[in-house]
Design a protein around this ligand. Structure first.
Ligand code: SF4
Length: 321
């Protein structure tokens, strides 16, 4: 048998392939005409597009998550910083500055009157506007420009500068008993100084006042915890029924030039901390300001009071004595 001619073989193969291709082309044309196949192709195309869109959404979501966690981290850092600042203020009471009243000409003049050798006795207890007031000390961590003791020796006829030292509780109680206490409802710790310098004495007198059926109030500059280097609010709870905290200004920057705290601007922030603690301890308390600071500043003080969560009372400036 002879071998097939190579030329014949080559001619036969392309013919077979052409046949196959023609069949495939016809099949494709039929497929394209078939609506089900067209739908399948469209679905496949849509799926590919959907996958691409999903990929884009996932990317956007990731970016949003990243942004959100960055904002959360910043907020956490801010909260940490505020907490650390508050703790530091508590841990390290600020260095005392020289008292601004040293060398104050007005105060020297007033003190001259206070120290005049006229034989009068120190005033521990006095009556004003139907209330009983207790004068425990001359000491104060502030040197307010508007303080009456800078300007005059007497307050509504009461000579409050203590020339013979701070009184013991026994001396105060003896002075209280000289009054008909049944005519009064409230005893107020408020004099020519800051009463929280005398925590133990104030506490003993407050107990006596309660025994006699009267309520107690403390008028304070709010720096008692700085003065005593401890949180005094738990000691006040149950002894003092109401606390009036002098706010005087809406910020530390404004407070310090007016009140000249020995603690510097920390005197103001310490006062706000004290107010917060009083509120937490559920002692009835409020801020007070004098109306001479002007309407805008009173409105700003009101916002501070709202932030701390206690009321603000605006009182008229007392110009006569
Ligand atoms: S806090 Fe009161 S007592 Fe002290 S300086 Fe100011 S007004 Fe005077």
């Amino acid at each position: 048998m002879s071998e097939p001619n190579r030329n014949e073989q080559n001619n036969e193969r392309p013919a077979a392939e052409r046949e196959k291709n023609r069949d495939r082309g016809e099949q494709n044309a039929r497929n394209a005409q078939n609506p089900q196949n067209a739908q399948n192709a469209q679905n496949a195309q849509n799926a590919r597009q959907g996958q691409n869109a999903q990929g884009g959404n996932r990317k956007n979501q990731k970016n949003r998550d990243r942004e959100r966690s960055r904002e959360n981290r910043e907020k956490d850092r801010e909260r940490d910083r505020e907490r650390r600042e508050k703790e530091n203020r508590k841990k390290q009471p600020p260095k005392l500055q020289p008292h601004p009243n040293a060398g104050n000409a007005n105060k020297k003049k007033a003190q001259k009157g206070n120290r005049a050798d006229d034989g009068r006795k120190d005033t521990y207890v006095y009556v004003l506007d139907g209330n009983v007031y207790i004068n425990l000390t001359n000491k104060c961590s502030n040197a307010c420009h508007f303080c009456v003791r800078n300007e005059r020796a007497s307050y509504f006829g009461n000579y409050l500068w203590l020339r013979n030292g701070d009184p013991t509780p026994e001396k105060v109680i003896a002075a209280l008993n000289a009054l008909d206490l049944s005519a009064y409802r409230e005893v107020v710790f408020c004099g020519f100084g800051e009463p929280t310098y005398r925590m133990a004495e104030m506490s003993a007198v407050a107990d006596y006042v309660h025994e006699r059926g009267l309520s107690t109030r403390l008028n304070t500059n709010g720096q008692g915890s700085l003065i005593n280097k401890r949180d005094i609010v738990p000691e006040l709870k149950g002894k003092i029924d109401k606390i009036n905290i002098s706010l005087n200004a809406a910020s530390a920057e404004k407070y310090q030039p007016i009140c000249r705290s020995q603690f510097g601007e920390a005197g103001y922030t310490g006062m706000l901390d004290f107010a917060r603690e009083c509120r937490r301890a559920e002692i009835e308390c409020w801020f007070s300001v004098v109306d001479v600071i002007g309407e805008d500043e009173v409105a700003a003080c009101r916002r501070v009071a709202e932030m701390i969560g206690i009321p603000l009372r605006v009182r008229a400036y007392i110009s006569e004595s």
